[in-house]
Design a protein around this ligand. Sequence first.
Ligand code: BGC
Length: 370
Amino acid sequence: MTRLRKLTVVGSKLGASYRGVRVVFCSMIFSVIGRMTSGILGVALFAAAGISAFAQDDAAFRYNRLLGRGINLGNALDAPREGAWGVTLKADYFRLIRKAGFNSVRIPIRWSTHASTAAPYDIETGFFQRVDWAIGQALSRNLAAVINIHHYVEMNQDPVQNLPRLVELWKQIALRYRNQPKSLMFELLNEPHDQLDDERWQEVFPTLLKAIRDSNPDRIILIGPAYLNTVDRLDKIQLPPQDRRIIGTFHYYKPLQFTHQGAFWLNDSAPWRGTRWVGTPQERKELRNDFERAATWSKQNHRPLYLGEFGAYREANMEDRALWTRAVAREAEKWGFSWSYWEFCSEFGAYDAAARQWRQPLLNALLDKE
Ligand code: BGC
């Protein structure tokens, strides 16, 4: 039943029309100003400016470096109920991730099935406690953590009706975690899509930002574009120029026929089975072009970028998956983007929970080992 539910949810999310353009990348460019702030000239400029606008600017870049190389703890707290999609978080997972050499985790969370549907939309205490535990696991092991609002299906279908609830969810989350270290970061909403198109998302996200800023003026907040956070829409999003504690985010699953071959939640994905990715000059060029565009956005807007999801589904050939994963991770790093692989131990899993071991080709690809 839960499987079916996922099928419906994610299937609707991945309308072929936008998955076709679905791509994500991020880049963090060290700007001249960023470098200057660490030098004598920077100090002088600081003094002259009287306020720490440049330092603020620098903070987002600094925290993005902290995110570094990460992994998504997917299909756990983002399932309708934890465990429904086969993954229940364990303390050991955080230990393994840290020990392998990752710097951060992204913890996707579906709050909407754990909150009242009537105002004031209270989040279940037990669920909050579970999230407290997950955040504690990450931070106490020196893993930076991104939490988000994931799979708020109704918000994408009817943003007008659901916005007040989403705002109240963020107010509660932000208030509860306001005293957490700054290595905990908030991402506004996973992959806006459907009715939440560029224009609507542009209207909506400042309201969410404000709901968080009231209690967390300095927290790093991640924001990505509509159309499933595709890199192709990064330039559609206008971030508030005065708020410098924002990291841009995007997702990358191109070519979709390769990364999602046989994915059961995509209606048309069965014929894609057998699609290869072998790193031809043309394949690499497409990847480079996409990331270069993201880097241009990053540079022009002076915002760091986080590649919050990328990965290839288990049905693809393992050799190709490893090659693609390595290529994407290195391309992200080339531009200074932090990244988070989708995902730890489920259908894209870098870790095989049943065998209790890493899928070595994927781990090596991620961490740039031979
Ligand atoms: C979704 C997952 C899905 C993945 C790849 C994520 O954003 O939350 O359910 O498996 O994208 O399509």
